[in-house]
Design a protein around this ligand. Structure first.
Ligand code: NAD
Length: 289
């Protein structure tokens, strides 16, 4: 959905300054892909966005783009698995928000695949650290800004995957990590919902067109904990072997765009979802029904 269309909907619901007006949002992994689209959509709805990504150049570009378009954003680049960076991120977000943080989207991530009998300890530990421990550290560090009784809207969104909900061959580490996100989400909803009104939801994506699902042969890679190159993407021979069947189990018979994925994140963060918490929302075009 285009950001214009999202704004149109917001307008109909009478949020003239945007559905997230004045709210302060940390979005991890927002230097590109789904996170970058979410940063733009959130800013377009009036949020002050903290673009948090390990890629300093890309984070700066997203923040600059938002500011040039009349929105408000700052880039705070760093590695989300680094506890010191998390302290800085929370502090800078609170400073930018004049002492307030309303929204966290735990989105940063990548895959490091391998079949079970060949998966290394490092593959295992890296993926759990990135998708589970890092969100825990961030949410814990931001707790003082969420355990607040001032009636303001506060919400946490954790990004999962169909691999976490249904499992996926070759992704034992990622499947466990993304499944873990659902229990993490529900616990936040149960701990911080009653007294503080904090909402917490998981969004599980299916096949979204980002570099994670692009051709592996494009040569895109991320750097592992010791600087090793981890190739990302889907090998062309896997895609070619699947052929038309690639999207046959998707009711809409196509992958999703990053803008469509990010629109779902905005929807969950928005007042439209004010009575939805503890849920896993499947954004898959109807895969795995
Ligand atoms: N693309 C899909 O089909 C798909 C499907 C299911 C779930 N997801 C999940 O959606 C989220 C976003 O993925 P995407 O497809 O937009 O990928 P992407 O590669 O386009 O974007 C991910 C971003 O996370 C950042 N990142 C990675 N490691 C980081 C770290 N240690 N610290 C800070 N930032 C880091 C990257 O630099 C990148 O900008 C991920 O959690 C991914 O697992 C994606």
């Amino acid at each position: 959905m285009s950001s214009d269309r999202v704004s149109q909907i917001a307008g109909h619901l009478n949020y003239p300054k945007g559905m997230l007006a004045g709210q302060v949002a940390i979005i991890t992994g927002s230097g590109q892909g789904i996170g970058a689209e979410a940063a733009r959509l959130f800013a377009n709805e009036g949020a002050k966005v903290i673009v948090a990504d390990i890629d300093a150049k890309k984070s700066a570009a997203v923040a600059e783009d938002i500011n040039k378009s009349g929105g408000q954003a700052i880039a705070v680049a760093g590695d989300i698995t680094d506890a010191e960076y998390i302290k800085t991120l929370v502090q800078k977000a609170a400073d930018f928000g004049n002492g307030k943080i309303n929204l966290i989207v735990n989105n940063a991530g990548y895959t490091w695949d391998g079949v079970i009998h060949k998966m290394t300890d490092k593959q295992w530990d890296t993926i759990i650290a990135l998708h589970c421990t890092a969100p825990f550290n961030l949410v814990r560090a931001a707790a003082p800004y969420f355990r607040v009784k001032d009636g303001a809207h506060r919400c946490i969104i954790n990004i999962s995957s169909t691999s976490g909900v249904h499992g996926n061959a070759g992704q034992l580490n990622y499947s466990l990590a993304k499944a873990g996100v659902t229990g993490f989400t529900k616990t936040i909803a149960k701990e911080w919902g009653p007294a503080f009104g904090v909402r917490s939801n998981t969004i599980a994506f299916g096949h979204i067109l980002t570099r994670l699902t692009a051709a592996k042969e494009n040569g895109d890679f991320v750097k592992g904990p010791d600087g090793e190159k981890i190739a990302i993407g889907i090998p062309q021979k896997t895609a070619a072997a699947a052929g038309d069947a690639m999207f046959a189990d998707i009711a809409l018979r196509r992958p999703g765009t990053p803008a469509e994925a990010a629109s779902a994140v905005l929807a969950v963060a928005s007042p439209l979802f004010s009575y939805v918490t503890g849920q896993t929302i499947m954004v898959t075009g109807g895969r795995n029904m």
